[in-house]
Design a protein around this ligand. Structure first.
Ligand code: AMP
Ligand code: MG
Length: 288
């Protein structure tokens, strides 16, 4: 088996460059068939682990996905979670904030959509947009009408709010795991062109995505800052190579499996009273 998690974990000491992370999978990571088999195995493990998470009721799992357009967030979420029970699972996609959301602090809207203990929640984009798109497009920050917007220490203040928020979640039983799907500029071009050429993908194309593409280096530098500031033991980031979709999906699924295994959710132990009830129930049913 490939050592996905350790290999892609973003160091907690902030001592790296964004260019240290590859959009291509590591060499020798296996054929398409092998990666698909690995994904299948992880999907089955996630099903079993989710059952235990639900029965155990001590932890929630929050998986966060961030990426440039066309990196494959939606399809990765669809494939990786294809085996989980929808009753214990919810995905929320965060788009442009509403007028009302803009008048709240930036964590308010994410706080209302967190998974409760026993459940798995997925954020397709999230509060990290607040240090990405909002940082790259001054108009998005201006719309928030904040005191000292963009002033000295402003972005460091946001990172601090995010760290404290995630640490608070961890202390309260929510296991936070974050994925940056790292697609190259070249591969993005190919996938955006596919959206234009394939009629079934036309609906996904937004001309505005090209404006973000034009700001590629600004986005990368915003990613570098946020990864340095917010990859921590209580809420690690994983930088997943996204140019090969099979590798990306297998890697994400494996990180999730290992994350859930590390909290080792268990079916609650049966105590003496319950044991007696089980015996009593058996007796009654069998004597019907
Ligand atoms: P999509 O995920 O393709 O549906 O696009 C959602 C859009 O909403 C993206 O262009 C995001 O950058 C944008 N978006 C998400 N969160 C925020 C935010 N907090 N402020 C401004 N724009 C956002
Ligand atoms: Mg966009």
């Amino acid at each position: 088996m490939i050592e996905f998690p350790k290999r892609h974990l973003v160091p907690y000491d902030g001592d790296f460059r964004i260019t240290d992370f590859d959009a291509d999978p590591p060499k020798g990571s296996g054929s398409e068939a092998k990666l698909e088999a690995e994904l299948k195995e992880s999907v089955a493990r996630l099903d079993e682990l989710q059952r235990r998470l639900f029965a155990d009721q001590r932890h929630a799992l929050l998986a966060v996905f961030q990426a440039m357009d066309a990196a494959g967030k939606d399809s990765t979420i669809r494939k990786v979670f294809s085996g989980v029970n929808p009753a214990g699972f919810r995905v929320h996609a965060f788009g442009r904030p509403s007028e009302l959301e803009l008048r709240h602090d930036f964590l308010q809207r994410v706080a209302t959509r967190l998974p409760e203990r026993g459940k798995i929640g997925v954020f397709n984009r999230c509060h990290y947009e607040e240090v990405l798109v909002v940082r790259v497009h001054p108009g998005a920050l201006a719309a928030q009408n904040l005191p000292d917007a963009g002033g000295k220490g402003f972005w460091e203040g946001r990172f601090e709010s995010i760290r404290e928020f995630e640490q608070h979640l961890a202390r309260n039983g929510t296991v936070v795991v974050k994925f940056w799907l790292n697609v190259s500029r070249k591969e993005q071009k190919k996938r955006l062109l596919e959206r234009i050429e394939d009629p079934e993908k036309n609906w996904k194309f937004r001309l505005g995505d090209l404006d973000d593409r034009a700001r590629w280096n600004d986005y990368l530098s915003a990613y570098e800052d946020l990864l340095r500031a917010t990859s921590r033991a209580y809420a690690p980031w994983y930088a997943i190579p996204a140019d090969d979709k099979d590798y990306m999906r297998a890697a994400v699924a494996r990180v999730l499996v290992e994350t859930l295994e590390s909290i080792d959710p268990r079916y609650p132990a049966v105590d003496a009273t319950q044991k007696r009830d089980l015996q009593e129930g058996k007796k009654r049913l069998e004597s019907e």
